[in-house]
Each structure stands twice: as structure tokens, then as C-alpha cells.
Design a protein around this ligand. Sequence first.
Ligand SMILES: NC(=O)CC[C@H](N)C(=O)O
Length: 305
Amino acid sequence: MLQAMNEALARGKKVLHLGQVATYIPELGKADPNTLAIATCTLDGKISQVGDVDKKATIQSISKIASLGLAISELGEEKVFSKVGVDPTADPFNSIMRLEMRKPHRPQNPLINAGAIVVLSILPYHDSNSRFLAVLNLVRKLCGNEKIEANEQVYLSEKATSDRNRSLAYFLRSVGAMEGDIEDILDSYFHQCGIECSVKDLAVMGATLANDGINPITNEKVLSPRVCVLIRALMATCGLYDGSGEFAVRVGIPAKSGVGGGIVGAVPGKMGVATLGPALDDKGNSVGGIEAMEYLSEKLKLRVL
Ligand SMILES: NC(=O)CC[C@H](N)C(=O)O
């Protein structure tokens, strides 16, 4: 295992120069583009990790898995998927265009920004902080790490600059696709995107999703098997936005990326696999992470798609 991971790391490091760290959230611009780490967690709880494993990064869009899991668990799939669709998009994660063009004006899936914001708006909590704490609690359980916290600088940096997400949310409310206090809903969105994890945390999250909701480290039942089936299907089709098709062809594992540089993969019945490398391609996905996962998937025969 470790040998294959070290080879994957070397492959990934070779392409880091092709990517750039996200700068549209100013704090993310401080990340070191030359770092890359890989971790795996098997369903019998064995963790392996290589590379810059001490680095942490904010999970950004990976948090959308947790808020979706929470929403389906608390409200049921029928209610959630009456507000957001389950179809992939060929548009960037923060695109506005199709929200106006498509009728009804419903975000195409819960893993693009518009969809994730709508999902947060229907969660049965009364304010930003209680919504955020529920998502944080679920991330901690998925990762089996009670010490996970948000990086307040990254959260506040996004909050201070996120005109695009504000535009999405106010537009959605204007067409009746969501209700509520937009600034309060967005505050919990920015806060959950700022949750900070190590590559090991992400590998355990992937393993919990691969294990139908039972965390292989803590043995806690975190999500139901049905919720995990839905999340994995959406990861496979929408997890890397407009890069999802290419990722399915190259890697073949249900996965979710974030602009902090993380990618979480869930190989059903086998393992979680994660990478952390903040140099991103033009779709906001980790260049080194994709390259490393492609190698590892081939070498360890992890492909399921
Ligand atoms: N792709 C991402 O990780 C996007 C998340 C980020 N917080 C945003 O809304 O822009």
C-alpha cells in the first residue's frame, strides 16, 4: 500500500506546477502550491498516509456532503430533492446562468454552490450558528475527530468577499427557489466551507461513506446506508462539477473536491482515499490530487465506475 501511495505522490508532485492556488478567497491565496499528501483508510480501520501529511486545509465544497447528509437524514430525500435536482452540470460550481434559464428555477444538484445554499436554507435550525454547529458535528463524526474546527480567518475572508454567492442566493430567493434570511443562511455556508481537516481526516470521511455510514475507526453509525448511496451517486456524477466526467473516466471513484485543495474518494466496500494539494486546475480541482488518485486507482484496482 505505502509503496503504491509513494509512487502516486511522485506522479502528483510532477504536475503541481500546472495548477494555481485559489485566490478569489483571499486567505486561500496563502496556501503553499508545492504541497501534496495522500491518505487511505480501509474499512477495517487501517490508515496509511504519505507526503505533507501535517498540512491542514479548509474543506470548502467537501462540506456540501455533510450538509446534504444532514438534510436528507433530518428531512427525508423527497423533501430535499423537491428543492434541488440530481443532475450533473457542465458549468462551473458558482455559475448563475442556468438558474435563470431553467424552469422551475431549481439548482441542478446539491453539490454546486446554489444547490448547497438551498439545502442549508431548508435545514430545521433557527440560525446560522446552530446550522453550522450541526454540520460541524457531522463532519467530526464522519472523520472520527472531535477536534476538528473551522479556520475563522478563511471563513471571514470568504464572507467579506463573496459577492458571487450573495448574487446566487438573492437571485434564488427572488424566483421563489428558497426562503429565509439570506445573510444568515450564507453565514453558515461560509462557516462550513471554512472547516479545517487533515488528509487523514478526509480519508476517514471517505471510508465512512464507503462503509455505508459506519465510521471504521469509531464504529459509530453516522449516516444510514441509503443516505450514503445517494451521496456516493451524487459524488460520482457531480462531485468535481464540470470536471466530474473526466474524473470518472480517469479515476472511476465517487469523489468530492473543494477549492481548499482536498479530494475525498469513497470506494464502496473497500476504503476511503483522500488527497490534499492546493494547486488547482481551471475547474477548481486539485491537479496533483487527481493525478495521484488516477495512479492509485489503477495500481490498487479501486475503480468502480
Ligand atoms: N468549489 C468550492 O470548493 C467552492 C466553495 C467556496 N466556499 C465557494 O463558495 O466558492
